[in-house]
Design a protein around this ligand. Structure first.
Ligand code: SAM
Length: 283
């Protein structure tokens, strides 16, 4: 009997993906987790009925969450990933030789265990890199209590449902502000502006009360259905998102010009060009 897995994130819009083979389908300590094979998107992971990861297009989201802030900052040594249990953002961030250590704070141990088993190419050894430190904790608690200070915080979270809801609050962003070094950058998974406009508007509104520069950048990942995905941007380093292509090209060359499939210096700069319907949410 054919099985279809339905995404139920949006009120008036649903998507179903054919599950050619189900590898896992159960409740973890924090959320409902399904892993299945789909002929168009590859191996897919869903949490609480929302697509998190698809092996055929993960490179887009993971490259853009890591390389845009890292090349904009230019001299990040310590980074923090909140969420990101699949290891994709961690894999991309570790390609930057200047990074000395990365802490990954993931609330759900089962995500790490199951992604290590079923998505080995996503993390590609990143969990075991000597620069990686994994913490199993709620991100809100971690940023409120850690003594560490970071040049970059990447919030690779689920949507504001279930355990992810707290990662879209002023309290959490205040905690991120607390543990960012001077000139540090915060980037956040901030949903699809066409379908989740209020989410982006609210996050950037909170950023504006905490940082000198609050903005967003975009990339379109096909398995995040509903148009471009926004990344929230918050920093006191106001020049960071304004570097021209030649400056980013120099930084990319200095980092060893490692191969990418989506991020590139011109795409980096262009990602901050927001169409009016999105710009009006962040200005
Ligand atoms: N790239 C995906 C997206 O854009 O929706 C996110 C993928 S990643 C799997 C999301 C991770 O955030 C999950 O592993 C989830 O367990 C984790 N997470 C959710 N709430 C969290 C919290 N409060 N603290 C830390 N991690 C959390």
């Amino acid at each position: 009997m054919e099985r279809w897995v339905e995404e139920t994130l949006h009120r008036g819009f649903r998507v179903r993906l054919k599950a050619d083979r189900v590898l896992f389908d159960s409740e973890t300590e924090h959320q409902h987790l399904v892993i299945f094979e789909n002929e168009d998107f590859g191996r897919v992971m869903m949490l609480d009925h929302v697509v998190q990861l698809a092996t055929k297009d993960d490179f887009i989201y993971h490259e853009m969450m890591a390389h845009v802030p890292l090349f904009a900052h230019g001299r990040a040594k310590k980074a923090l990933i909140i969420g990101g249990g699949d290891g994709g953002v961690l894999r991309e961030a570790l390609k930057h030789p200047e990074l000395e250590d990365i802490t990954l704070c993931e609330i759900d141990r089962s995500v790490l265990t199951l992604c290590r088993e079923h998505f080995p190419d996503i993390s590609a050894g990143a969990y075991d890199d000597p620069r990686t430190r994994i913490v199993i904790a709620d991100g809100t608690k971690f940023v409120a209590e850690t003594d560490d200070r970071f040049d970059l915080i990447m919030v690779d979270s689920t949507d504001p449902i279930g355990p992810g809801a707290v990662l879209f609050t002023k309290e959490f962003y205040t905690g991120c502000r607390r543990c960012l070094k001077p000139g540090g950058i915060l980037v956040t998974q901030n949903g699809l502006p066409f379908l989740q406009a209020d989410e982006l508007k609210q996050s950037v509104g909170f950023f504006r009360g905490l940082f000198r520069d609050a903005f967003a950048y975009l990339a379109t990942t096909p398995s995040y259905f509903g148009g471009p995905m926004s990344y929230g941007w918050a920093t006191d380093y106001v020049e960071a998102r304004r570097y021209r292509i030649d400056a980013i090209e120099r930084r990319y060359a200095d980092a060893g010009a490692f191969p990418t499939r989506y991020w590139r210096p011109d795409v980096h700069v262009a990602s901050f060009a927001l169409p009016n319907y999105i710009r009006e949410l962040v200005e």
